[in-house]
Design a protein around this ligand. Structure first.
Ligand SMILES: *Cc1c(COP(=O)(O)O)cnc(C)c1O
Length: 392
């Protein structure tokens, strides 16, 4: 194999060595239960408090506003179900979200519909930006929570979260954003961004899988999802996963340092986008500039994304056809359909998600390798002949 290029960082990321090093003492020596009153417990509690403090510094919030969870999906569930169940007590039985959310949000909303909540799913424009007029019209005094993702995991489009906060708050609704893809890519300052809840996940930013976090602004009350012991100020039971929490804190600090490197990543992204959209009958999915620095998503006519994926894999390039969560199914991406990609073309898209670890040489290699694969697949496609003929 000539080269190995990992371009699927939106699905998951490798755990940084520095994160592994930070976690190791929590397995080997500081393995106490933070709730225990003896010395081993107090040692663990101190490490736990320190991790929370360090994360709060990065996001410019209070450490008491950060709650550790098992993953991004749990954080999404807690924010939305917690706000909905709490809101219902005050007659707020309505939820507003978008059609391009992650399944952890969409399926949470679907579950709440079965419980009697009404959900408005707001559409997006051809670039994946939420329809602000429709959003504003949908939010009412009955709305418990507005859930709009910070940045989309498939097409990388970044939403106007601040403006959406204002719309939600004008009607007394809570504002939640799934920032799983945004953390580490854009600066999130919770002293300036008036969201009520914000979800993140460790494994998208070089911490392990199985650790997440939910920011809940002081004064915001959510119904608990996980009942049990008194951990996380009695709001999320379960003995704290101290090694992973420490790993998450380290990963967040590293990600904050790497933010200054994002303009370089965005430049590599744009070089890749320019090269891939130079291929005839291709299109960029998502917004050209309001976009995550590491996200490339391009559609090619007359191609099966899955075939392209396998051929790239044989060349040592890891990519994706969309979200890892739905790529096991053969349904076309709900996000691509939402931005107006026709059903028959939605299968021909590929997502390359790069990171600060990606090099210019990696980009060169993708640019050398991908276009001939597109050509080979098109040469085998009966549809391609038609397209070429019709345009002569
Ligand atoms: C990955 C992802 C999630 C889910 O996070 P997990 O930790 O894998 O549960 C939620 N939302 C978005 C936008 C994601 O990309």
């Amino acid at each position: 194999m000539a080269r190995f290029v990992y371009a699927d960082n939106a699905a998951t990321t490798p755990v940084s060595q520095a994160v592994i090093d930070a976690m190791a003492p929590c397995f080997a020596t500081s393995w106490g239960n933070p709730s225990s009153l003896h010395s081993k417990g107090r040692e663990a509690k101190k490490i736990l408090d320190d991790a929370r403090e360090r994360i709060a510094r990065v996001f410019r919030c209070e450490s008491g506003e950060l709650y550790f969870t098992s993953c991004g999906s749990e954080s999404d569930n807690w924010a939305i179900k917690g706000a909905a169940l709490r809101g219902r007590k005050k007659g707020r039985t309505h939820i507003v979200t978008t059609v391009i959310e992650h399944p952890a949000v969409l399926n949470t909303c679907k579950a709440l519909e079965k419980e009697g909540f009404e959900v408005s799913y707001i559409g997006v424009d051809e670039n994946g930006v939420v329809d602000m007029e429709a959003l504003a019209a949908a939010i009412t005094e009955k709305t418990a929570v507005v859930a709009v993702m910070y940045a989309n995991n498939e097409i990388g489009t970044i939403q106007p979260i601040r403006e959406i906060c204002d719309l939600a708050h004008a009607k007394g609704a809570l504002m939640f954003t799934d920032a799983v893809q945004a953390v580490g890519n854009v600066d999130i300052d919770l002293s300036a961004l008036p969201v009520d809840m914000l979800a993140m996940s460790g494994h998208k930013i070089h911490a392990p899988k199985g650790i997440g976090m939910l920011f809940i602004r002081k004064g915001v009350l959510l119904t608990n999802l996980i009942d049990g012991g008194g951990q996380e100020k009695r709001h999320r039971a379960g003995t704290e996963n101290l090694p992973y929490i420490v790993g998450l804190a380290k990963a967040i600090e590293l990600a904050a340092e790497q933010l200054s490197d994002m303009p370089r990543v965005a430049k590599m992204r744009d070089r890749l986008i320019d090269a891939l959209t130079a291929i005839p009958y291709s299109r960029l999915n998502g917004h050209k500039t309001q976009r995550l620095p590491g996200n490339v998503n391009v559609g090619f006519e007359c191609i099966e994304g899955e075939s392209m994926l396998l051929m790239l894999d044989m060349k040592g390039i890891c990519a994706s056809t969309g979200s890892a969560c739905s790529s096991a199914s053969l349904e076309p991406s709900h996000v691509l359909l939402a931005i107006g990609v026709p059903h028959e073309k939605a299968h021909g898209s590929i997502r390359l998600s790069i990171s600060h670890e990606t090099t210019e040489e990696d980009i060169d290699y993708i640019i050398e390798t991908l276009p001939p694969i597109v050509q080979r697949l098109r040469d085998m496609s009966p549809l391609w002949e038609e397209v070429v003929k019709n345009n002569k």
